[in-house]
Design a binder for this molecule. Sequence first.
Ligand code: EPU
Length: 420
Amino acid sequence: MESFLIKGGVPLHGEVTISGSKNAALPIMAAALLTDEPCVIRQVPALSDTRFMARILQSLGATVKFERGTLTIHARKLRGHGDYELVRQMRGSVCIMGPLLGRLKKARVSLPGGCVIGARPINLHLKGFEALGAKIEIEGGYVSATAKKLNGATMFLGGRAGSTVLGTANVMMAATLAGGVTVIESAACEPEVVDLAKFLNAMGAKIAGAGSPTITITGVKKLRGAEHEVIPDRIETATYAIAAAATNGEVTLKGARAEHLRAVIDKLEEAGVRVERRGANLLVRRNGRLKAVDVTTLPYPGFPTDAQAQMMSLLALAPGISIITERIFESRFMHVSELARLGADIEIEGPSAIVKGGRPLSGAPVMASDLRASAALVIAGLAAKGVTQVNRVYHIDRGYENIDGKLRQLGARIQRVEET
Ligand code: EPU
């Protein structure tokens, strides 16, 4: 297993190019299963998660070619069964269910379990499939959805934490090939859902309202191959912006989309960070001393849960008390105990973390527990005095393209080494 060795205390300076969005790319890759014609998807980040999704598509009978960020997927023939063991290993792959159900009228996948960030049920995905007329069965760890014919329906997909991103994506994909009109109420408004709808419409689907809580899908008989360019990753953008602020540096985020990051930019500015739009780029630097702020994660356009851990590392450096409340995933605080090893003073009270910021951080060996927690530890390590060793960086390679290379380009002293 690999680790990062980080010599902290160096302000990040320079330019970094933002990669394509992981969470947009994964369902878009799955959507290519809806047609027997080839699809070309550009700006796909080279990550272990996208490579894993490619393997799942291959196991279902698709041919997949990945060349310098461009994926060509051709699902001329589609098997209703594949290596579903793979699905269990990556939760995001549950979004193959909607396309399989749409095209083959049957889908069977291993039931994704919980993960370190919370329970992660799929009841809302299944509720949506049922509303379209599918029969759901759960047996032996597998969930299957089957239908003679899918029929458009009006459904409410809100759950205990608000909308569901992949649930909305899954039902939207299945409904493209259903008969009649489907209306999803309380749909997720995330930019990744909008990007998926754009790709589906390029394939010939009729989707209106993506980006709002009501999405209307008029079913069509067949979808065709299409080309698409994935949006820039807003969470990668937020991560580098926070890293720039945490190290008191000055970084240009090339290709970043400010309109997808309003809540993050708002909180960064409140915390004493300047974020300026420069054409197609964003320039991030500190505006004097950091300030404590309160942050609550919410579905889009609220503050993203996927940037909560990284923000906590920044607020650990801001003098005063910040309260960070996690409203999407109940146990997404695995980074707290690791940040404590670097000297951060953070207490968990129910869904909130109380960050007593401003104590100096100093390097220590820490363990990455999930993707965003790992990013938070890298940021804290970059800001801390001395050497931080972040173990189990395979978590970070799931979602950040060449993070160590990109950080080195910004002047960070970070090395990838074999774990000792
Ligand atoms: N939920 C239900 N029932 C469902 C589905 C979700 O109760 O059927 C609950 C979840 O337990 C959670 C909330 O609804 O409390 C929101 O979960 P959502 O379904 O929106 O999450 P997701 O679609 O499984 C995607 C991202 C996550 C990101 C969340 C929230 C992908 C591949 N994953 O997951 O990304 O945290 O949306 O924005 O798009 C990450 O990139 O690190 C990551 C975990």
